[in-house]
Design a protein around this ligand. Structure first.
Ligand code: ADP
Ligand code: GN1
Ligand code: MG
Length: 357
């Protein structure tokens, strides 16, 4: 931990104790305790992924202030409803030195996050939390926010990049992935439809994993959506989609027995049951029709991202062995194939009038 950087955050003076939290894989996170026993989360931002840390913190400031106001109006404790970042001694929410960009937030006490494999129950709760997040932010003009990763969900751009890599074949892996490449190319028009539609631009989270929801340790009620680095303008269906991609697959994202991949319809239903009623006050008729297309597009896009990285020689995702990104690609294409077969049932569930009351 960078003690010098920490010393620029006056709220935690004088510091009594610090402990590394190891579950995050993008940022580096420490739990800090001050001499009064108050606790804080101190993080180093991964600026090779998030180059515009200032823009990112402006987004987060806008969004967290907004959620605090909404929580208060609902009679909830605003300090447990979202993250609260504290200024450094330069008056901004960041401190930068040659080693990186740092920030500090209040620790939200007596909470846990859902780690590991989701259950139908935890997934429904996460759906409710992410749906409420979208609802709370629906009255912010999304175009005022920075794209913290430009073109993050621009599927046609992701496809174009992938095709370039296939063409260049820089590490001679194309031969070993011929069928995967052909399968993804055969679906490129279907996967490009969503981005050609005229849909409302909203404030979206873009990393809707269950581990990014803090729940109350005693009641297990979802309290706060965290990990706000990828909050930026996007489509409502993206936040529906990525949770399902991640948690409703029958296998984990890097399961070596990738042929077991497929959609667990009960898990899909569970997330829909949490997310859709929460967004029903804001979702438009057009957006309703894109929920399933969104899921299919996001699973496709993730397959393209993994395969592109495999063909490029593993330059973006951390890998443990040479075929890791190919295995990840196949858990996504397996899920995709199964979803295309179960599409009608997925549509039926997402259109259930009970969810929109
Ligand atoms: P990463 O981007 O690396 O996933 P996160 O911002 O999600 O990092 O933080 C990692 C973990 O630290 C979270 O899953 C959560 O358990 C814990 N955490 C982060 N911020 C807070 C907070 N303000 N209060 C309590 N726990 C937190
Ligand atoms: C990355 O590192 P993690 O799990 O938060 C990626 C997501 C992918 C995910 C796939 C900023 O997220 O978009 O869906 O891996 N995040 C970024 O596991 O690229
Ligand atoms: Mg996280």
């Amino acid at each position: 931990m960078n003690k010098e950087a920490l010393s620029h955050f006056p709220a935690a003076f004088p510091i009594k104790d610090s402990k590394a939290l190891t579950n995050g894989i993008i940022n580096t996170t420490d739990l800090i305790t001050d001499s009064n026993g108050e606790r804080y989360i101190f993080q180093r931002i991964n600026t090779s992924i998030f180059a515009d840390a200032e823009g990112m913190m402006r987004n987060i400031d806008t969004v967290t202030n907004h959620i605090r106001r909404k929580a208060e109006a609902r009679g909830k404790d605003p300090e447990r409803a979202t993250l609260h970042f504290l200024p450094s001694d330069n008056g901004t929410l960041l401190y930068r030195d040659e080693s990186g960009a740092y920030r500090m937030s209040k620790f939200i006490a007596n909470t846990v996050s859902f780690e590991g494999k989701a259950t139908a129950e935890s997934l429904e709760m996460a759906g409710r939390a992410f749906g409420t997040f979208a609802l709370d932010l629906a009255d912010i003009d999304a175009s005022l926010l920075t794209e913290t990763i430009p073109d993050f969900h621009n599927t046609p751009k992701r496809i174009a990049h992938f095709l370039e890599t296939v063409e260049k074949d820089p590490v001679k892996r194309v031969e070993s992935a011929k069928e995967d490449i052909e399968y993804l190319i055969s679906l490129k028009d279907e996967a490009s439809r969503l981005s050609a539609m005229n849909l409302p631009l909203r404030v979206t989270h873009n990393d809707t994993k269950t581990s990014n929801v803090l729940v109350d340790k005693d009641t297990l009620e979802p309290l706060a959506v965290i990990d706000l680095d990828t909050v930026m303008p996007g489509l409502l269906c993206h936040d529906f989609a990525d949770s399902i991609r991640y948690s409703a697959n029958k296998v984990a994202e890097d399961e070596k027995e990738y042929w077991k991949a497929g959609l667990d319809l009960d898990m899909y239903r569970a997330y829909a049951k949490g997310f859709i009623p929460a967004v029903s006050p804001i979702i438009t008729a057009e957006e309703r029709k894109t929920l399933v297309l969104g899921v299919i597009t996001i699973v496709y896009e993730q397959a393209v991202r993994f395969l592109d990285d495999y063909l490029a020689g593993d330059v973006y995702y951390h890998t443990d062995y040479p075929e890791h990104n190919l295995v990840r690609t196949r858990t996504q294409t397996g899920l995709l194939r199964d979803m295309l077969e179960q599409r009608e049932e997925m549509e039926r569930i997402a259109a259930d009038p009970e969810l929109y009351r």
